[in-house]
Structures are given as structure tokens and as C-alpha cells.
Design a protein around this ligand. Structure first.
Ligand SMILES: Nc1ncnc2c1ncn2[C@@H]1O[C@H](COP(=O)(O)OP(=O)(O)OP(=O)(O)O)[C@@H](O)[C@H]1O
Ligand SMILES: [Mg+2]
Length: 425
């Protein structure tokens, strides 16, 4: 009880904030443009759209979120990133009636202005954008008290954690091939919405496996908009920014020049595609030197070479479409083109992923039909008679397998040609 009254006392001393408001400097934070000067060609930017939509976000009291997480108990902690710690919790529905809602609550590390800026960007961007492949922000909490500032974010809870957990944490079952492709497609659709479909163009700037969260059906949703920026205004090719992001994922042209474009996100997407193919992280310092940087290592196994299969994630235990995998690697290579303008657009990435999913499905249905046929056409009827020597039986088995292999190869070659001709330029 005394603990509870202490909290009550403390929270009374905290200055509770309502919807975060932007000062002029913060308004130009997202676009590098001073919109108040009338220099922008875009009629509405994030600040204007936020003002319109801010009412959709709930403003939580600090006390409410302390209760929701059992005072930010370590037992409720589900993750930790550069921004702060993430806790699982439950909140009351709006109006207080109905079942409690499961949420993820991110509490910012108290590290001053940079943290506040990222929190603000997250609230503003996620308060405005809306798509099935973007995580839903339910609300936030901001209090400035004697003992520092508190900034928190409340999201819908994603029960299957992140793509990172499933690709790299051996405690989870490996992701099957089809699911990997569907996750890549959903993530690309989220990016395509930000780049090409939303009212204001958004450059995400932090595309990586840990920011692709997975719901109960493994539907991917992009999270973490703390580094997001508005795209360039009409007549400009890029946004000039300080270089920020995650090492291993940021595009080299952006690192060198600070010029940010949607193609910077496309590069990061290419890195994640290789992580999906190989089950290796962009950077793994505990490996031998030539294998530490994923993008350097994969160059040893080009998609068209016989060695290509050696780069595939061993946890797939060969259960993938080889042609689909080769096409995925080629798509990754295109996203990782040195020259940003030669990288595909995000909607082109979406189209190619759809084709790869199609080709992978066709291949698995052909394999299935071959297995069914071989069931009808037993391997060797004489085998049961036990008249042949083991080596004769083995030779017949191999001949039969070779025959099956030829059929798979010719069917797959045909599909491969179809895919090539349908390829998006
Ligand atoms: N809405 C959510 N639902 C469920 N789990 C979440 C949610 N948001 C985050 N998490 C978990 O918390 C972890 C940490 O997230 P966070 O974004 O803070 O760090 P990160 O993505 O690992 O690194 P970084 O700070 O560089 O983005 C995630 O990897 C995920 O497992
Ligand atoms: Mg994150």
C-alpha cells in the first residue's frame, strides 16, 4: 500500500502531457523543409495530417502504464532495443467496458533530446499512416517530472515477435520457405504503401529484421518509425539528413552523402532478403573474417552458379524452391545495386515477390504430382521378390531417381522461362 501511495504522490508531481504538439523546429524535423515559409509544394505534410488524425490516439497516464506492466516488472519485459525496453501489458478498452486488451509498451531510455525526437517522430508518423502491414500505435504517454522525462508508446501486441527472432533464434522453429516469402511480400507491401501510396511519402530509414513484427498469423508489420522522414518535396531528388540507421542495413550512397531517398529503404530490403535466404545476420562478428559481412560472403555464391545452394539457410533442410530462391537472390542483388536509381521501385519489388511466390508454389505442386505418380508407379515391383542383389536394386533405384530428376528439371526450366519473360523491367 505504501508503495502505491508513493506512486500516487510521484505522479501528482509529474506534468501530464496531452497530444504532443510540434514547435516550428520540430515541424521541419520530418522533411527538412520549413513549411511555415510557404516553400513547400506539398499541400499537407506529416504535421498537418497529424493535427487532423491525432484524436485517434489514446493518451495514457503514467500510472495506467505502470499498472499495465506491474510497475515495469522484469517478468513483463519482452525486448530491448536502442530506443528503450518493451513490456507486455494489458490495458482497459476505451470506456472501461469489455475484455482487457493485450499491448506492447515501449518505454524510452532517458537519454535526452534525441530520444524525445525519435519518440515524437514515432507518434506523428504512426498517428498518420495506416496499412495492414504497419504496426498499430494505440497511444502514448509523455510526462515531464522532477526526476526526468518519461516517454512511452503503446502498440497492438504482436504475438509472434519479430522476423529476427524466427530467423536467428534457435529457440524458435525455423520458418518454412513459403512463410519466408509471404513475410517478405507483406513487408514490401508496407514499404510500398509508405513510398508510393500514402498521402505523404515516407522514407522509413530503419528497415531490418527486428523491425518486422509478426502477428498471430505471421502477418508482418513494420514497427519503429523513430527515424522516418518525409520524402523530398516536388522538384527535389532527395532529403538531406544526418546519417542515421543501423549498421549493416544502411545504403552506401546514403552513408557517403547523407542523401536519403526511398531507394535507401530498397537497399535495406535487399539486405533482409539475403538474411531470409541464408539465415545469417547482416553482420556476424563471431564468424571467420570472410564470412562476417553477409553481403561480401554471398558474392561467393552467385544465383546462376552451381555453388548457389551452399548459401541457403541449412535450417530449411532443402525444403525450398531452388528457382524461387535463385530469383529471390537476383531480386536482392537488384535492390543492392550500387547506383540507387538502378534499384527497383518498391512496387516493382512487390510484383517480383508475387511472381516468386507463384513459381515456388508451382514447383512444389509439380514435385507433389511427381511423388504421387511415383507412388502409382512403384519404384521396382521386382524388389519385393527379393531376387536381385543389393547392388542391382541400388542401380535400378538410382536410374529411377535420375528419371524423376529429369522430369523435375524440364518442368522447372519451363517455369523459369515464363518467369523471365514476365519479369518487371
Ligand atoms: N508491438 C509489439 N508486440 C510484440 N513485441 C514487440 C512489439 N514491439 C516490439 N516488440 C519486441 O521488442 C523487441 C525490441 O524492440 P525494439 O524496437 O525496441 O528494438 P529492436 O528493434 O530490437 O532494435 P532497435 O532499437 O534498433 O529498433 C522486438 O524485437 C520485439 O521482439
Ligand atoms: Mg525495433
Amino acid at each position: 500500500m505504501s508503495c502505491f501511495s508513493y506512486f500516487k504522490h510521484k505522479t501528482r508531481k509529474l506534468r501530464q502531457r496531452s497530444a504532443p504538439e510540434l514547435n516550428d523546429r520540430e515541424k521541419s524535423l520530418y522533411s527538412g523543409v520549413d513549411r511555415s515559409s510557404g516553400s513547400t509544394a506539398s499541400p499537407r505534410g506529416i504535421p498537418e495530417l497529424y493535427e487532423e488524425k491525432a484524436h485517434n490516439l489514446r493518451v495514457f497516464s503514467y500510472l495506467e502504464l505502470r499498472h499495465a506492466t506491474n510497475d515495469f516488472s522484469r517478468l513483463f519485459k519482452i525486448g530491448e532495443g536502442g530506443f528503450g525496453s518493451v513490456y507486455k501489458g494489458t490495458i482497459k478498452p476505451v470506456g472501461g467496458k469489455g475484455d482487457p486488451i493485450l499491448v506492447a509498451i515501449k518505454r524510452l531510455n532517458q537519454d535526452g533530446l534525441q530520444g524525445h525526437k525519435q519518440w515524437l517522430a514515432e507518434v506523428q508518423f504512426l498517428g498518420v499512416v495506416e496499412h495492414p502491414n504497419l504496426v498499430k500505435l494505440l497511444g502514448y504517454c509523455a510526462v515531464d517530472g522532477e526526476r526526468g522525462i518519461q516517454r512511452l508508446l503503446v502498440y497492438e501486441f504482436m504475438s509472434n515477435r519479430s522476423l529476427e527472432s524466427h530467423l536467428f533464434n534457435k529457440a524458435y522453429d525455423p520458418l518454412p520457405w513459403k512463410r519466408r516469402l509471404e513475410i517478405a511480400l507483406g513487408a514490401a507491401q508496407g514499404l510500398a504503401y509508405l513510398h508510393e501510396e500514402s498521402e505523404v511519402q515516407v522514407i522509413y530509414r530503419d528497415f531490418k529484421c527486428s523491425n518486422v513484427l509478426l502477428d498471430e498469423n505471421f502477418m508482418p508489420k513494420l514497427s519503429d518509425f523513430g527515424l522516418a522522414r518525409e520524402g523530398p518535396i516536388a522538384g527535389h531528388t532527395h532529403v538531406s539528413t544526418a546519417v542515421m540507421g543501423t549498421f549493416g542495413y544502411a545504403a552506401p550512397d546514403y552513408i557517403q552523402t547523407g542523401h536519403l531517398t526511398t531507394k535507401s529503404d530498397v537497399w535495406s530490403f535487399g539486405v533482409v532478403l539475403y538474411e531470409i535466404l541464408t539465415g545469417r545476420r547482416a553482420l556476424e562478428r563471431n564468424r571467420p573474417k570472410p564470412e562476417q559481412k553477409l553481403l561480401e560472403w554471398v558474392k561467393l555464391y552467385p544465383p546462376e552458379s552451381k555453388k548457389f545452394v551452399l548459401l541457403m539457410d541449412p535450417r530449411l533442410i532443402g525444403q525450398y524452391s531452388i528457382y524461387g530462391a535463385q530469383e529471390l537472390a537476383k531480386l536482392a542483388d537488384d535492390c543492392l545495386h550500387k547506383s540507387a536509381k538502378d534499384r527497383p521501385t518498391t512496387s516493382q519489388v512487390v510484383e517480383r515477390l508475387k511472381q516468386i511466390i507463384q513459381v515456388s508454389e508451382d514447383e512444389s505442386s509439380i514435385e507433389k504430382s511427381i511423388i504421387d505418380t511415383s507412388d502409382d508407379d512403384p519404384l521396382d515391383p521386382e524388389e519385393n521378390l527379393d531376387e536381385s542383389t543389393p547392388s542391382e536394386s541400388w542401380t535400378r533405384r538410382m536410374a529411377h531417381l535420375a528419371k524423376l530428376g529429369e522430369r523435375v528439371e524440364s518442368d522447372s526450366r519451363r517455369k523459369f522461362l515464363i518467369l523471365q519473360s514476365a519479369k518487371v523491367p
